[in-house]
Write a protein that binds this ligand. Sequence first.
Ligand code: PMP
Length: 376
Amino acid sequence: MLAERMKSIEGSGVRRMFDLIATMDRPINLSIGQAHYDAPEEVKAAAIRAIREGYNRYTVTEGMASLCAATLDRLEEDRGYRPEAILMTAGVSGGLLLSSMALLDPGDKVLLPDPYFVMYKNVLALAGAEAEYYDLYPAGPGRPWRPDLDQLRALIGPRTKAVLINSPGNPTGGVWPAEMLGELVALCREHGVWILSDEIYEHFVYDAPFASIVPEMRGYDRVLALGGFSKTYGIPGWRLGWAVGPEAVLEAMKILQQYTFVCAPSPLQHGALAALDVDMGARRDEYRAKRDLVHDRLAGRFDLVPSEGSFYAFPAYPRGWTEQEFVQACLEERVLVVPGSSFSRRDTHFRLSFAAEDDVLDAGLSVLCEIADRRR
Ligand code: PMP
């Protein structure tokens, strides 16, 4: 009955977690992929005002001119380069679908990070493209989540069309330093390979300024960057993001948007415009403190690299535990974490989201330590 392509698409493990939570009494939920805070009042007020004032019709396909210009201004200000073209998308998810459909032919290969955000491989499958994986697992104890560019180079073949990068990363919390982005661009230029950069967690970087791929667009024209409003401003349900890069690709994505999403939600684009003026620095500081708490509490018992960004930590299961046993033990204590095999070809780690109130986080960390102690 169903189309053949459905055989290559998997239901998301994270969504399964949502279903499970709905059946639980007082869950300690450390599985959440969105900020724990609500949108700033002025952002909500701007969206409500827009609805009242009648901004309820379609916007132009690429998004409201004022929002496009303000987003480009912000990128130029923060990242030192103004991209050639922009499209407002239905979240980064919308941008991932449109960019894959615009760039990839069946049989093309795309190098994805492992661990990866679950949507990537499924979006590739929709485009008929194939995923290959470059490894991010730390090269040794205490080492960060980073690619080995020599390994990445060895994976590039005649059908390799693009490399996807995600910094700060979900689920690892790893961040690419600027020099490494430069090295990646040099490598991709050698082989004419595209770079697709998912920068949705740009705001959540704790130890160094955020290094974006955007400035690299100055010297290499096969670069697309995707970003959004969901995580930073606590508005994931608004479905708003942006894609920037070369005019020709953005134009193709815009044509595809005409027949799919049509436009990003119009009154909410007014809210996003207001959001660009809101300083979320205090939230970043709050999340840095949560990152520190996670690391301080788990470090003695779990093999764990401190998250450099995003709001996830990706610790290894303690010695003596399989994934199945550990996640089950957590569930019995009402603690929800996401098994690492949902994001990886390996099943050695789990994702813990620290986008939670401190008391919930604290309770969850105590349970994780108690479970680890059972087999010490
Ligand atoms: N990329 C990554 C790495 C994510 O974690 C998420 C959300 N979980 C998205 C993209 C999708 O974000 P959006 O709400 O903008 O579609």
